[in-house]
Design a protein around this ligand. Sequence first.
Ligand code: PMP
Length: 385
Amino acid sequence: GREEMEKKAPSTPDADLRLAHDSVINLDHGDPTMFEPFWKVMGERATVVIHGWEKMSYFSDPTNLCWFLEPEFANQVLRLHQIVNNAATDGRHIIVGVGSTQLVHAALYALASTEAHHPVSVVSAAPYYSMYSGIADFFKSGLFHWAGDAATFKGDDNFIELVCSPNNPDGATRDAVLGTHAGKRIHDMAYYWPQYSPMRGPADHDVMLFTVSKATGHAGTRIGWAVVKNNEVAQKMVKFIEMNSIGVSKDSQIRAARILKVIADGYEFPDPKSTVRFFHFGRHLLADRWQRLRQAVEASGQFSLPQFSPEFCEFFKEHAETYPGFAWVRCEGEGIQDCEAFFKTMKVLSRSGRHFGAGSNYVRVSMLDRDANFDTFIKRISSKD
Ligand code: PMP
């Protein structure tokens, strides 16, 4: 468990030094560095070597619709989905992207360009992931445009709903709010992994997005994948990635494949000398953080947090709590209109609710940073009066 990790993991002196007493801590981004100690313990097992003459070609598998998909990466993706049982993959296309960010662009392009009517309205229920609006409008595309909160959408059937579940920023489990009789949907499943959420069985949607950024913590590797049912949609997504980046780094795919393999091996071939397994480690750490956050919030009386009911988790085979990767904090203190500014007075950078289509009385705070940063965050919100 955690203690084992703490004994074995070398400390990160640069991270500790940066946390001098009064430094500003940045919990604005969801940088998933909290998983570093696990990967330090894995050591050589998770290390990849790529020789100078290897992986030089543009092509990975010319017989695959997604010709730049490394077969070993695809195998490990399918294997991990099978072990976690969080997504239906039979008969689906796997499409690799530069993070799931490139895949959001690719999926919007693909779904809009199979539509007769343009521009297509892109919506998501508030509070929605703050990048969706920027992504939808970035190219000022003639194919689609951002149309805001799905819950108040008044347009016709010509829409694409982005459904993020569990949701960034508030951790809620979500279904499409506009129903499925019309329009199209992209299901962003970045957080549908056992460390964050009870697993309710395999999700089965037309377009599902995943990313190693949130699954394993390797945001810097920039690898995401889409699970896509429809052939034409898959083809158009591949076309987008060809035009945008002529494929996706093989080096990154090879590294991501190894990372996923180490996690899968931990469950399929447990090492008798080490009981540390990735989702168990992540869940344990997040459980501890959420418990401390809830205690601090209760003691301060100035904030509130979303509440979740435990549900049966098909992965852990027990009732499990929800531990989102972000805390969606509402400032309750009298006279606090701007919650982000209030957090700044505590030297904590957060992201205002305004970016998520919600009020400035909310902020989103990352729960995924390194231990030292999280500890400082808890101290600061506890000592404010
Ligand atoms: N979707 C959601 C809901 C996210 O939170 C993030 C990362 N913050 C992404 C997509 C994009 O992640 P990446 O491009 O690193 O895969």
